[in-house]
Design a protein around this ligand. Structure first.
Ligand SMILES: Cc1ncc(COP(=O)(O)O)c(C=O)c1O
Length: 483
């Protein structure tokens, strides 16, 4: 149903890219000639050429003179970041202005930005979004002049419940609340469950926006050791449950920000059981689940919840259109109180936007748009990892996320990412220093690089430049660099 919307060459390239990443097509393996490829897949020669070009641009294959096409040698592998070892005590969050500055500069066209965690507008299917908006406005002419009330338009709540089936969850549309963002959904969950001074467990490092919410609600952050690929340590979380009063766990089990970690599926089942046993709320952020390259990791912890302890939150900012500003939540046993808080806090959203979203989620084409997005950003991430391996200082470690567009880079201990940030700013490059992602002063030698934004020839150059500046900083005393 979806396939015709993706150009034929992209469908072919996408299939081959997935076979290369899965190892079915081995690195260094010879590929069919263009003519053979066209014959095997029943496509024209020009489609086969376009597919190979796309894979070449993505550095997944290479053409060797007079020999044909080969699967590219794997980019030099850097080790992955170490498992984090945060304090075992919780603490109040006190953020400085760094995060606010990084986010503001990331939007500034005068800067080459790796600061934000969002795909650029050109990666979304803008025509589809525009058409859905136009249809909603034209078909429901009176709606813009009608006061919206309640938890969201029924069409949108049904569409979200249908979307959640893809995450393994059977949700009652009457229990779904449409919000103005994932961040609002999470904030409502925390307000429903916690009071000031309560302890909330999170991954370490964690998403900067979560720390901002905890600060604004006067909640204590308890950072839990986190593996760069497998996510939060449930053994450490269990210990925290046994030794202190944890009120809620706020986690991104699929493609956490900034690590890109994915909790293994058996651990998701275990987590749901742990919460029920200890009577603790889990606020699960599923914003990135659709970007996972591993289908099983799209399954939400909520799908294992039999007691209503999981509050699931999402939005379409990273997959359909960040400008829609719509999110959703199903708050399990806290549903009634959450609906009340939402009504008092911000009322309902713009109804025509909700109808456009319902349209976008249910019309043909959403699967194709997502596959296109996943393939494009996967190629981008490969390219960025390669550039980092080639140009960052010896001893650098980098994450290898199975989807998404965020890289977490751990530089040698002696590197101060605050200095690297300043040195980059002086060259109009924005990065997100590691300290932004913890409530305590850690990750000073780390940076988060978002590679989903605008991408031109200046971006690979800028990545190399960041590596060169890091090397320079490691060699020279700070005042020498400023001179
Ligand atoms: C883990 C996570 N949750 C939520 C958000 C924000 O989502 P929204 O735009 O829907 O508020 C982000 C954005 O970077 C994120 O990384």
């Amino acid at each position: 149903m979806d396939a015709p919307l993706l150009p034929l060459y992209m469908q072919l390239a996408d299939r081959m890219a997935r076979s290369i990443r899965a190892g079915t097509l081995k690195r260094g393996e010879r590929l069919p000639s263009v003519r053979e490829l066209a014959g095997q897949h029943g496509v024209s020669l020009s489609t086969a050429v376009q597919a190979y070009r796309w894979l070449e641009d993505a550095r997944l294959i290479e053409a060797r003179p007079r020999s044909g096409y080969f699967v590219a040698a794997r980019p030099p592998r850097l080790p992955e970041p170490r498992v984090s070892r945060p304090d075992t005590a919780s603490r109040m969050v006190q953020l400085d202005q760094l995060g606010v500055q990084v986010m503001a500069l990331s939007q500034d066209p005068g800067f080459i930005s790796f600061g934000a965690a969002c795909p650029g507008p050109e990666l979304f299917d803008q025509d589809r979004v525009r058409r859905a908006m136009a249809r909603a406005v034209m078909r429901h002419r009176e709606l813009l002049c009608t006061y919206p009330i309640g938890p969201g338009m029924e069409e949108a709540r049904r569409a979200v419940a249908r979307h959640a089936l893809g995450l393994g969850c059977v949700l009652d549309p009457d229990e779904v609340v449409i919000t103005n963002s994932c961040i609002e959904a999470i904030s409502l969950c925390l307000r429903a469950v916690c009071k000031p001074g309560d302890v909330v467990a999170l991954e370490s490092p964690t998403y900067y926006g979560f720390l901002e919410i905890l600060q604004s609600l006067h909640l204590r952050a308890l950072e839990i050791p986190t593996h760069p690929r497998h996510g939060m340590s449930l053994d450490a979380l269990q210990l925290a449950f046994e030794t202190q009063q944890v009120k809620a766990v706020l986690t991104v089990p699929t493609l956490s920000n900034p690590l890109g970690a994915c909790l293994p599926v058996p651990e998701r089942r275990r987590l749901a059981a742990m919460l029920a046993r200890h009577d603790v709320a889990l606020i699960e952020d599923v914003l990135y689940n659709d970007l996972s390259e591993q289908e099983d990791k799209r399954r939400a912890v909520k799908s294992f919840d039999t007691t209503g302890h999981v509050m699931i939150c999402g939005s379409f900012s990273k997959t359909i259109a960040p400008g829609l500003r719509l999110g959703w939540v199903e708050a399990g046993r806290w549903g009634r109180v959450l609906r009340q808080t939402k009504a008092v806090q911000s009322g309902a959203q713009t109804s025509v936007l909700e109808l456009a979203l319902a349209d976008l989620l249910t019309q043909a084409g959403s699967g194709a748009a997502l596959r296109h997005l996943r393939a494009t950003i996967a190629a981008r991430v490969d390219e960025a990892r390669q550039l980092i391996a080639e140009s960052f200082p010896k001893g650098t470690r980098v994450s290898d996320p199975a989807g998404g567009f965020i890289l977490w880079v751990e530089l040698p201990e002696a590197l101060d990412s605050a200095q690297l940030y300043e040195a980059c700013l002086a060259e109009h490059i924005v990065i997100a220093p590691g300290m932004m992602f913890s409530a305590s002063p850690r990750f000073r030698n780390c940076v988060r690089l978002g590679v989903g934004g605008k991408w031109g020839p200046e971006h690979p150059r800028a990545l190399r430049r960041i590596g060169a500046l890091a090397k320079q900083l490691l060699m020279s005393p700070p005042d020498e660099l400023a001179a």
